[in-house]
Design a protein around this ligand. Structure first.
Ligand SMILES: CC(C)(COP(=O)(O)OP(=O)(O)OC[C@H]1O[C@@H](n2cnc3c(N)ncnc32)[C@H](O)[C@@H]1OP(=O)(O)O)[C@@H](O)C(=O)NCCC(=O)NCCS
Length: 162
């Protein structure tokens, strides 16, 4: 049965919490100093993504469903002008996750393309995202789908206070 991409609904809340937490832990693994993992990370993602899913004019929460199971999600939102980032009104793709067993069959591509389509419908002239420097699989996916590299975030720890 093919993967279906659809807006998240209330019954997806536990899956959203689980996958959001997995994404946060993955980033923490890339660089534990830069990427925090709050104590209540799963409950926090569950709460936030469910809340965002109820704001369809500004936020987009999509899930990928395969044989009745949720195997991935993508979260984005419409963002306004940001002078600090020199960004005009835009769509932001914040999260994308596909469960390990479902990877490599086009689900990530379907989620990302559906996100771009929905943000376009909401009026976004472009979609901007950030991806961890060590995340080669994600960068490959995004470049294959037409994203170009435009910023490099750098982090330096400060000296301990005396
Ligand atoms: C990044 C991520 C979302 C990609 O999801 P995915 O479902 O594996 O993506 P796709 O299947 O569309 O593409 C992945 C690979 O499968 C290949 N593929 C796509 N469709 C395919 C198919 N039908 N048959 C075989 N291979 C296929 C793609 O060519 C791609 O290969 P490549 O990585 O060598 O270029 C997934 O790896 C993931 O969830 N990673 C952890 C979370 C993460 O890093 N998120 C990004 C944070 S910014």
């Amino acid at each position: 049965m093919p993967v279906t991409i659809r807006p998240a609904k209330a019954s997806d809340e536990p899956a959203l919490g689980r996958m959001g937490a997995a994404l946060a832990r993955q980033h923490h693994g890339f660089d534990p100093q830069r990427f925090m993992v709050p104590d209540d990370v799963e409950a926090g993602y569950r709460w936030w993504l469910s809340k965002e899913a109820r704001r369809p004019q500004e936020a987009v929460v999509l899930v990928a469903e395969l044989d009745g199971d949720v195997v991935g999600y993508c979260y984005g939102r419409l963002e306004g002008v940001d002078w600090n980032m020199l960004l005009d009104k835009h769509g932001a793709l914040h999260d994308i996750w596909v469960e390990a067993a479902a990877r490599g069959t086009g689900t990530g591509r379907l989620l990302a393309e559906a996100m771009v389509q929905r943000l376009t419908e909401l009026g976004a002239p472009r979609v901007v995202l950030s991806t961890a420097a060590k995340n080669e699989a994600a960068r490959r996916l995004f470049e294959r789908l037409g994203w170009r590299a435009t910023m490099v975030e750098m982090t330096r720890e400060t000296p301990p206070r005396s």
